[in-house]
Design a protein around this ligand. Structure first.
Ligand code: C2E
Ligand code: CA
Ligand code: CA
Length: 560
């Protein structure tokens, strides 16, 4: 029910009884009637928010009162109070056990009835207000503190005890996005609740802890003491969470920061813990990252980038490099991938690895991606006008850019503006973006394909999709990084997997581009398994625009 609920549901098979009760209550309440439990359940499923109390007869045909109470419990409708009207005191115990709120003996005295109803409704509303107040500063899934309350509590602690030592722990759940994309709401809640319970249990090992859930899979824990003093907690927590699924244990990732200055904001403290956590992610097999002074430099570097990025975009400091792709059979170049570089006036060329992850976190990637797409469209137009007959160029689409609900219209708008065939602008989408939100992706991919774009799944195999998911993914081209096999798996096993991915792609008529090809041996192997296109240093490194344009001219000459 909601806080304004004002409907009484009368459940009784005798029309006369219902009429008597209705007469007494209808001045103050809206009345709904049901002849048996089944009808009542139906009405509740539709009007539960409005109903402030149910008046329930016990003996009825079709579904009696006890069965109704059982069904109500099964469906989780427990927050709607029920007053049972009965002639037998015997039944009361059963009903109480099933969650009835109050009793009235039959025949019902109208004045007592009125009092009882008012009473139950009042109590219900007080409970509801308490609940609302509780939810204002507690997370509804885990019942831990939410972000607002956490901030408040941490600030207060720092103010009251500024001279103590503190350690901040930022905790995340590895692969949470992927895991949760396979779960329904109830499973997500059950899992988060399980994690919250383990945090509560393990936090007994901490000194004066404050903890809560900030959002999604991000939890903050503050404890007194140095970083070494929280290790027992971290171990116990990971062990506890392992029990959730013993066959596929869920890994936690921790970032630790020892508070240097208690006047910092909670955001600044846990921001540092977050940097430590992200650094740790580069070291597989180790799930705890510690913040140290060198990361302060990283923080400064990031701040510098953030202060410069917009001006850099306006000044044209972001430029595309082009890495040609080659047909494996004849070694001829066919199209390319546009890769961004930051041509910094003081620092020289900066690699995308140094700024893309940051831009994905602060949202600037939306602007940069759009800029690159437009840049490539305008170059394609220039090349066409110059009679160069360009092959397709692919651009990268960050997973974050996929959050833009207008992305399809934006891309269509660009190819229209420059009047180019959408098939010339290929779109590279990373596999993990797809696996995060398959339904949303499916819709966007289909609309882009209908508009004539060619969709490539980038980094296939580095994430979580199995061979099996291949058939459900509607992309046009598969890009596989050869590196993911050579680094993860030993020799022949990796090769066998790559060979079977390529074979399966061939069955599905999916062309494959293998990227990261660096040597003759890899090339030979790929020839043997029927790969279509290659991209890699062995053939060509990413090159500046002028060099790529020369290549376009020579290719045109040789093919003419
Ligand atoms: P990616 O899309 O997987 O691009 C391929 C990366 O592999 C490029 O790195 C390329 O230079 C590199 N590479 C190509 N051949 C070889 C090889 O034989 N060996 C090795 N070791 N590496 C090779 P780059 O240019 O540093 O780009 C890194 C990543 O940054 C890209 O990975 C892509 O995810 C992202 N990126 C680049 N430009 C953009 C952009 O305009 N927008 C977005 N959203 N992301 C971009
Ligand atoms: Ca790419
Ligand atoms: Ca790639």
């Amino acid at each position: 029910m909601n806080e304004h609920a004002n409907t009484v549901l009368i459940v009784d098979d005798h029309a006369l009884e219902r009429k008597i009760i209705r007469k007494r209550l209808e001045k103050d309440y809206t009345i709904l009637e049901a002849e048996n439990g089944q009808e009542a359940i139906q009405i509740m499923s539709e009007n539960r928010d409005e109903i402030c109390v149910v008046l329930l007869d016990l003996i009825m045909p079709v579904m009696g009162g006890v069965a109704f109470l059982e069904e109500r419990r099964r469906r989780g409708y427990m927050d709607t109070p029920v007053i049972v009207m009965t002639a037998e005191e015997q039944a009361e115990k059963d009903c109480l056990r099933l969650g009835a709120t109050d009793f009235l003996s039959k025949p019902v005295n109208p004045d007592i009835l009125m009092l009882r109803v008012k009473n139950v409704v009042n109590v219900g509303q007080i409970k509801l207000l308490e609940e609302l107040r509780y939810l204002k500063d507690h997370d509804h899934r885990t019942r831990l503190y939410n972000a607002g309350r956490l901030n408040q509590e941490i600030r207060k602690r720092m103010r009251d005890f500024p001279d103590n030592r503190y350690t901040c722990i930022r905790m995340e759940i590895e692969r949470y996005k992927v895991l949760s994309s396979f779960w329904v709401e109830e499973e997500i809640s059950a899992f988060l609740l399980f994690v919250a319970e383990k945090i509560e249990e393990s936090a007994k090992l901490l000194k004066k802890p404050i903890y809560g859930r900030v959002h999604a899979d991000v939890f903050w824990i503050l404890a007194e003491g140095d970083a070494a003093s929280v290790e027992g907690f971290l171990n116990k927590l990971q062990k506890g969470v392992n029990k959730y699924d013993t066959e596929n244990p869920i890994e936690l990732a921790f970032g630790l920061y020892e508070v240097a200055d208690t006047r910092m904001t909670p955001d600044a403290m846990f921001g540092r813990a977050g940097i430590a956590l992200r650094k740790q992610l580069h070291h597989p097999g180790n799930n705890v990252g510690y913040y140290d002074e060198t990361m302060e430099e990283e923080l400064l570097r990031e701040r510098e980038i953030v202060s410069e990025m917009q001006a850099a975009l306006d000044n044209g400091e972001f430029i595309p490099y082009f890495q040609p792709k080659y047909k494996l059979k004849d070694g001829m170049p066919y199209g390319s991938e546009a890769l961004v570089r930051w041509n910094h006036p003081q620092k020289g060329l900066i690699s995308p690895a140094d700024f893309i992850p940051l831009f994905e976190r602060n949202g600037f990637i939306h602007k940069l991606d759009l800029y690159m797409w437009e840049k490539v469209c305008s170059l394609l137009r220039e090349w066409i006008d110059a009679g160069l007959n360009p092959a397709p160029v692919s651009v990268n689409i960050s997973r974050v850019s996929m959050d833009n609900p207008e992305i399809v219209d934006v891309l269509i708008g660009l190819v229209q503006k420059y009047n180019i065939d959408p098939a010339l602008l290929n779109l590279e989408l990373t596999e993990s973006a797809y696996m995060d939100r398959p339904d949303l992706m499916l819709d966007i991919i289909k609309r882009l394909q209908q508009a004539g774009f060619v969709l490539m799944m980038d980094d296939f195999g580095s994430g979580y999709s199995s061979l099996n998911t291949l058939k459900d993914i509607p992309v046009d081209v598969l890009k596989i990084d050869i590196d993911f096999l050579s680094s993860n798996l030993q020799g022949s096993k990796g090769e066998r997997i790559l060979a079977s991915v390529i074979r399966m792609a061939a069955w599905l008529d999916l062309p494959v581009i293998v990227e990261g090809v660096e040597n003759e041996a890899q090339k030979k192997f790929l020839e043997g398994v029927g790969c279509n296109f290659v991209q890699g240093y062995y053939y060509s490194r990413p090159m500046p625009l002028s060099q790529y344009e020369s290549l376009l001219r020579t290719v045109k000459q040789t093919s003419a």
